[in-house]
Write a protein that binds this ligand. Structure first.
Ligand SMILES: Cc1ncc(COP(=O)(O)O)c(C=O)c1O
Length: 392
C-alpha cells in the first residue's frame, strides 16, 4: 500500500486538483446557484442520484466539495460536510442523531450558543440534555439513560479550557452503543485528531483556525460516510445551513496554511500564559500548557501542542477585567478566535451571555474572566501590551 501523505502535504493538496477544463491550478470559486443538464433524462438522473453531477448549490457545489474532501483528509474521517457557520455545524450534526424523545449527555463547559441549543432548543423539539457536572468520564456514564442517543463535548473547552479524556469518552460511547461528538474548534486537526481516537463525529466552527484570517463564517462536520450522507439528504437540504462557495473557497485557502499557523499561535500562547501566570495583578490563568493546569498531562497525551486560547482573571474581579479590556491596545476587543490577529473578549457578556449565570459560575466563567485568542504577532509585543494593560 502507498504510504499516506503527511498532514502538511494533505493541508496543501488534499481535495484539490487543477481544473480539468481550463488547467487553473487553484480551485475555482463556482459562484453559481444552479447547474445545467443536457436533457430531461440527465436532469432526472442527476436529481435522482443515479448519475453523478451537480444540480443546485444547496445540494452540492464543486468548491464546497473540495473543502469537504480536504477536511475529511485532515481529520482522518470518511466524509465531511461544510456548513454556513459553526452553529450550523453544531445544530445539523446533533439533529442527525437526535429526535423527539431522545436524550443527550453533554459536557458542562461548551460554547455558549451550543449550550443554549442543547439546553433550550432541543426541549422545544421534545428532546432533552443532561449536562455533566464534572470532567470525569464516570460521571458521563452515570448520566446515560435508556434513551441517550448522543454524547457531546468540547476539549479544550470555551472559554475555561477544560480538558476531557477523548479516548475514554470514545470508549464509553462504544461500550453503550452511543455515538460520540466533539467540537474540535479550539484545537483544530493540526493539534488533535479525535476520530483517530475513536470519536464518531468531529465538528468545527471553520470560522476560526481552519479559515484562520477572520474573513469567512463556516462550519464543518466530519464523520462516517453514511451519517454525512444522512445529514446531506435529511438535514442540510431541509434546514438549509449551506456554506457559500466564496466562503468555502476562503476557508479552503486558509486551511492550506493551518499546519504553519498553528505552531506559531501555540508558541506565542505558551509565552503569554507563562507571563500572565507570573504577573502580580493576575489571579489565575487557564491554559493547558501550564504545568499547574488540571488537564495538563491529559492535554500532553492527546494534543500535539496546547493551542492558543487562554483565559484569565485579573485581580479585582469584574473591575480588574474591565480595566484590562479598556486599556489593551494591540489585542482587538473582538469576539471570535483563531485569527492571525490577537483578540480579547469578556466571556460572560459576549460568547457565554446565553448561559444562565449560575451555570457560568459553576464552570468558572467568573464575571472578571477575560479570554484571549493569541495571534501570530511577535510574542514580545503581545506581552508588552498585556503588561501595560495590567498596570493598576
Ligand atoms: C467552540 C465553538 N464552537 C462553535 C462556535 C460557533 O461558530 P460560528 O460562530 O462559526 O457559528 C464557536 C464560536 O465562537 C466556538 O467557539
Amino acid at each position: 500500500m502507498e504510504k499516506p501523505f503527511n498532514f502538511a502535504t494533505l493541508a496543501v493538496h488534499a481535495g484539490e486538483a487543477p481544473c480539468a477544463a481550463t488547467g487553473a491550478l487553484d480551485t475555482p470559486i463556482y459562484q453559481s446557484t444552479t447547474f445545467v443538464s443536457a436533457d430531461a433524462d440527465e436532469m432526472a438522473a442527476v436529481y435522482g442520484e443515479q448519475k453523478p453531477g451537480y444540480m443546485y448549490t444547496r445540494y452540492g457545489n464543486p468548491t464546497i466539495h473540495a473543502l469537504e474532501a480536504k477536511l475529511a483528509a485532515l481529520e482522518g474521517g470518511e466524509a465531511a460536510l461544510a456548513t454556513a457557520s459553526g452553529m450550523a455545524a453544531v445544530s445539523t450534526a446533533i439533529l442527525g442523531y437526535v429526535k423527539a424523545g431522545d436524550h443527550v449527555v453533554a459536557a458542562r463547559s461548551l460554547y455558549g450558543a451550543a449550550y443554549n441549543f442543547l439546553n433550550k432548543k432541543l426541549p422545544r423539539m421534545g428532546a432533552s440534555t443532561t449536562f455533566v457536572a464534572s470532567t470525569r468520564v464516570e460521571d458521563f456514564e452515570k448520566a446515560i439513560q435508556p434513551n441517550t442517543r448522543l454524547i457531546y463535548f468540547e476539549t479544550p473547552s470555551n472559554p475555561v479550557l477544560e480538558i476531557l479524556d477523548i479516548a475514554a469518552i470514545a470508549a464509553l460511547g462504544r461500550a453503550h452503543g452511543i455515538p460520540t461528538m466533539i467540537d474540535n474548534t479550539f484545537a483544530s486537526p493540526a493539534l488533535q485528531q479525535p476520530l483517530r481516537m475513536g470519536i464518531t463525529v468531529s465538528l468545527h466552527s471553520a470560522t476560526k483556525y481552519l479559515c484562520g484570517h477572520g474573513d469567512a463564517l463556516g462550519g464543518a462536520i466530519i464523520g462516517p460516510s453514511d451519517y454525512i450522507s444522512l445529514l446531506v439528504h435529511e438535514v442540510i437540504r431541509d434546514f438549509g445551513g449551506v456554506i457559500s462557495p466564496f466562503n468555502a473557497w476562503l476557508i479552503l485557502r486558509g486551511t492550506r496554511t493551518l499546519h504553519v499557523r498553528m505552531p506559531a499561535h501555540c508558541a506565542n500562547a505558551q509565552q503569554v500564559a507563562e507571563f500572565l501566570a507570573g504577573h502580580p495583578k493576575v489571579e489565575h490563568v487557564n491554559y493547558p500548557g501550564l504545568p499547574g493546569h488540571p488537564g495538563h498531562d491529559l492535554a500532553r497525551k492527546q494534543m500535539s501542542a496546547f493551542g492558543a486560547m487562554i483565559s484569565f482573571e485579573a485581580k479585582g474581579g469584574y473591575e480588574g477585567g474591565k480595566h484590562v479590556m479598556d486599556r489593551i491596545k494591540l489585542f482587538a476587543r473582538a469576539a471570535s478566535l483563531g485569527d492571525t490577529r490577537s483578540l480579547i473578549v469578556h466571556s460572560a457578556s459576549t460568547s457565554h451571555r446565553a448561559v444562565p449565570p449560575e451555570q457560568r459560575r459553576a464552570i468558572g466563567i467568573t464575571d472578571g474572566l477575560v479570554r484571549l485568542s493569541v495571534g501570530i504577532e511577535a510574542a514580545a509585543d503581545l506581552i508588552a501590551d498585556l503588561d501595560q494593560a495590567l498596570q493598576f
